[in-house]
Design a protein around this ligand. Structure first.
Ligand code: ATR
Length: 291
């Protein structure tokens, strides 16, 4: 019940109407009997600093930040966590005595989602497709988690080269091997974990994959697509057709939310509760796991 003690959290973005985050946070609050509500706030570009200041004055407990504000918001904060600073994007604001501090829970979220599926990064060789904002963050995650080699493929290879340099500068790890997308036949003949971080295959262009050649998919033992709409992307279908395991990005969305909720409330969410919330999220979104 909403009363005088109810705490408010929310997400700022533009557009924000299609966000699935309220389903995650309100389910967590309900399951944990926390007097907390989570709502969407439509905030226009150029008004992010004002919104953050206002939220702080309104005693808002915590905020998520989504497209297109993940960089702009960094100018408006009392502090930024080192991981978010390296990645160059903030998706979670946590209240401190000085004001809101920025975190990135997208990447730890992906890591926890992978761990929950038994997927390892430490010491592995990984193929990473893309060099946009999402792929950039995954490159940092791979470096942080001790991936031995990341074959990072992108249509414009210059972007990957820039990311490889930046990762080395900021983490001291020289693990990113930049490649042009069309050079995939030159990948050493092994089985890899492949992370799909391009926007190809995203609804409504669901009949496309960034690489369409079966021979590429024979090199993949596990394919992880950051896309969750559709829930069975063409990339995932092509991985499965070559007997690989394939996952969509809904669990990453779940865990980035869970980690934010943990930061706001100073608690840790058990794996059992995470699974319960995942079931609710799937039910609300109509997204399924099976291929
Ligand atoms: P996000 O923030 O989701 O990462 P983004 O920054 O726009 O989105 O990045 C989109 C990624 O998808 C990029 O790696 C882009 O490749 P380029 O850097 O060469 O543009 C990739 N991408 C988008 N459309 C593509 C296509 N038709 N073929 C190959 N790659 C594509």
């Amino acid at each position: 019940m909403i009363d005088g003690h109810t705490r408010v959290c929310g997400v700022i973005g533009s557009p924000v109407e299609h966000t699935m985050s309220p389903a995650i946070h309100n389910a967590l609050a309900k399951k944990l009997s926390h007097n907390l509500v989570y709502v969407p706030f439509h905030v226009k570009t150029g008004e992010v600093a004002e919104a953050v200041k206002g939220a702080c004055a309104l005693n808002v407990l915590g905020l998520n930040v989504t497209v297109p504000h993940k960089k702009e918001v960094m100018e408006a904060l009392a502090g930024i966590d080192p991981l978010a600073e390296k990645i160059g994007a903030v998706n979670t604001l946590v209240r401190t005595a000085e004001g809101f501090k920025g975190f990135n829970t997208d990447m730890p979220g992906l890591y926890r989602a992978m761990c929950s599926e038994g997927i390892r990064l430490e010491g592995e060789e990984v193929i990473l497709l893309g060099a946009g904002g999402a792929a950039r963050a995954v490159a940092f995650l791979c470096a942080e988690k001790g991936v031995s080699k990341v074959y990072m493929l992108n249509r414009s290879v210059e972007k990957v080269r820039a990311i490889a340099r930046e990762v080395e500068e900021k983490t001291g790890k020289d693990c990113i091997c930049p490649m042009a997308l069309s050079d995939y036949p030159g990948l050493p003949d092994k089985k890899y974990l492949a992370i799909q971080a391009t926007s190809v295959g995203l609804f409504p262009d669901t009949d496309k994959a960034v690489i369409e050649d079966e021979a590429f998919y024979r090199k993949i033992h596990t394919g992880y697509d950051l896309i969750y709409k559709p829930s069975n992307t063409r990339f995932m279908q092509m991985v499965r057709a070559q007997k690989g395991e394939a996952y969509h990005g809904l669990k990453m969305l779940l865990y980035q939310g869970i980690i934010a909720y943990e930061l706001w409330n100073g608690i840790s969410v058990s794996e059992d509760l995470a699974e319960e919330v995942y079931e609710i999220l799937k039910e609300k979104t109509g997204i399924r796991d099976e291929g």
